[in-house]
Design a protein around this ligand. Structure first.
Ligand code: ADP
Ligand code: MG
Length: 263
């Protein structure tokens, strides 16, 4: 049995008020018998200033979806209306330039925007303060811990002044304690700056800890299986009972989907 396809109905009011509208997005890699359908009819409306977590099993098309939104790849069918045009992307590996200092990595994003030299220096210092890396601007990425590198990557993303932040399992390689701290920091920065965040993870608790909504994708091809509104007070703790309870419910749905796919 194929999963029920839940297509959000997007009326004109919702569309006018959205940061991002995905309509029946299909992505196929390759052609002929070897073609892989990574996404098959994903529809989603993202409100400005909201925090949306995309959750699904490995290989279900989460990274594909983000790269389509970022414009790094072409859709096979459907459409993406990116109302707030500017997007910044962040990955599991910080992707900082190893030959530049931490401050240099932030400044290069400012330079791309045409910010003058003195102003670049000032803004980079401010951004490093925002991610609590004051005093580390002169270090090279390899001199930082994994958590600090991801802080630097957040600063660089913020330097792009994008209103939409796309995050692809950004904390997946970090230990639990560091990840908890970065959840707090990201939540603070998201609220202070009114960012729209699209956050990909395969960690259910992380999704519930962070998201206003958790969008559960089916196994390949990716479709929207369910959307959970996370109506829990912030700031949340990843180990709190309400987070754990909702995470357990979503985990059951994810498990069912994975076993349906495997069987
Ligand atoms: P996820 O991020 O959820 O783990 P991906 O979006 O990376 O999933 O991949 C979804 C599916 O598309 C996988 O089966 C993957 O092998 C396939 N895929 C991803 N990128 C490519 C590509 N460039 N060429 C061919 N197949 C790809
Ligand atoms: Mg991925």
């Amino acid at each position: 049995m194929s999963p029920t396809r839940i297509t959000e109905r997007v009326d004109d009011t919702a569309r006018a008020d959205a940061a991002l509208v995905l309509t029946d997005v299909v992505k196929r890699y390759g052609r002929g018998p070897g073609a892989v359908t990574a996404l098959d009819g994903v529809s989603l409306t993202v409100r400005p200033g909201s925090f949306t977590c995309l959750l699904g099993a490995s290989g279900c098309g989460k990274s594909t979806l983000l790269s389509l939104v970022a414009g790094l790849d072409d859709l096979t069918a459907g459409s993406i209306d990116n109302v707030e045009r500017a997007v910044a992307m962040m990955f599991q590996e910080s992707a900082l330039f190893p030959w530049l200092t931490v401050a240099g990595n932030v400044e290069i994003a400012l330079r791309v925007r045409g910010v003058g030299r003195a102003e670049r220096r000032r803004q980079a210092a401010d951004l490093l303060e925002t991610v609590r890396l004051t005093g580390f601007g002169d270090k090279r990425p390899h001199e930082l811990s994994g958590g600090m590198r991801q802080r630097a990557a957040i600063a660089r993303a913020l330097a792009q002044e994008a209103s939409i932040l796309l995050m692809d399992e950004p904390f997946g390689a970090l230990d639990a304690m560091t990840r908890d701290l970065l959840h707090d920091e990201l939540e603070r920065i998201w609220r202070e700056r009114g960012l729209t965040v699209l956050f990909v993870t395969h960690n259910v608790r992380e999704a519930v800890r962070l998201g206003d909504r958790v969008v559960l994708l089916s196994s390949r091809p990716g479709r929207v299986l369910n959307v959970y509104e996370v109506d829990l007070e912030r700031p949340r703790r990843i180990d709190s009972a309400p987070v754990a309870n909702l995470a357990a419910e979503i985990t059951d749905a994810l498990r069912e989907e994975v076993s349906r796919h495997a069987g």
